[in-house]
Design a protein around this ligand. Structure first.
Ligand code: AMP
Ligand code: ZN
Ligand code: FE
Ligand code: FE
Length: 282
């Protein structure tokens, strides 16, 4: 069946490598009908995405965000959909999250230099531009200097979670992030849930904290994994979301949009869930 929706996409406004316009052109060429631009800690790509999508009347753009959160021993990414992203307080918070990303990238450069890997923070900033800075931009600076030959090697050797130059950054708890998304009228969804160790129990806790959905149709997952996640989503009454998490990094085997995604009804379900959080707060 052709993929109708892709609810997890990155652009040059965070660590993706396609501009919002390039991304929307790619998405439209795959016949996708609903696409969520879900950059890390930034909604800056949305205006350009909406503009680009005007040329493709069959394509609906959904406002989204991806937030990194922490539980002991694990990192959970929370996606938010349909928030009132123009809200000034919402944007002020995202600005603070992005500042923290920059401080952390500086700390990683310092750590790399302390072990003889001499990259410059200014090169990391160059690769990030105005975007929400992340480890992929540090990886590009490592590539440029020839310290690694391929992009993933930067994570394997230096800046992966257990690497010698990895630096934590202050993160919200998943409950805080769910509350944050809901505070601004959005629906919260757990991203790439197979990263989590105690998934069943965690979903129970997060559902109680106001979670609306979880990724099921995630491009990296196989059919058996998707079937198991669909069972868990149904058990916890969570909307079965998903998408490609496309970054256009050019890494080997990167899953492109159009291969995997949730059914289109999921978009309406998310919109209803978002509306419900708004009416609860009135
Ligand atoms: P950050 O948000 O700065 O912690 O960076 C996380 C991002 O780095 C993820 O969203 C991916 O885009 C990328 N990333 C993390 N681990 C790897 C890896 N092993 N190989 C390639 N990219 C990765
Ligand atoms: Zn990313
Ligand atoms: Fe993620
Ligand atoms: Fe992502």
């Amino acid at each position: 069946m052709p993929v109708e929706a892709d609810l997890h996409l990155h652009t040059t406004c965070s660590d993706g490598r396609l501009t919002p316009t390039q991304l929307i052109e790619l998405i439209a060429s795959k016949g996708i009908k609903a696409a969520a631009v879900s950059d890390h800690d930034s909604t800056e790509g949305l205006a350009e995405a909406y503009l680009a999508a005007k040329r493709f009347p069959g394509l609906r753009i959904i406002p989204a965000i991806e937030l990194s959160t922490d539980i002991p021993g694990d990192e959970i990414h929370i996606l938010g959909y349909f928030m009132d992203y123009a809200n000034a307080e919402f944007q002020a918070n995202l600005g603070r999250f992005r500042d923290a990303r920059e401080g952390r990238a500086r700390a990683m450069v310092d750590k790399l230099r302390s072990i003889g890997i001499m990259i410059e923070f200014e090169r990391v900033r160059h690769f990030a531009g105005d975007a929400a800075m992340g480890r992929p931009h540090v990886a590009l600076a490592l590539l440029e200097k020839g310290y690694v030959k391929e992009f993933p090697e930067a994570f394997d050797k230096y800046i992966g979670r257990n690497g010698p130059a990895y630096v934590e950054r202050p993160k919200l708890t998943p409950e805080d992030s769910i509350g944050f998304v809901r505070q601004f009228g959005g629906a919260a969804v757990v991203a790439h849930p197979r990263d989590l160790k105690e998934l069943d129990a965690t979903l129970g806790h997060l559902k109680a904290a106001g979670l609306s959905g979880m990724e099921v149709y995630y491009a990296e997952y196989g059919n058996d994994q998707i079937a198991e996640l669909a069972r868990l989503a149904s058990k916890h009454d969570l909307i079965p979301c998903g998408g490609s998490d496309y970054h256009h990094l050019g890494k080997p085997n990167e899953k492109v949009p159009g291969l995997m995604g949730p059914p289109l009804w999921v978009v309406d379900a998310l919109e209803k869930a978002a509306q419900a959080t708004r009416s609860e707060r009135k």
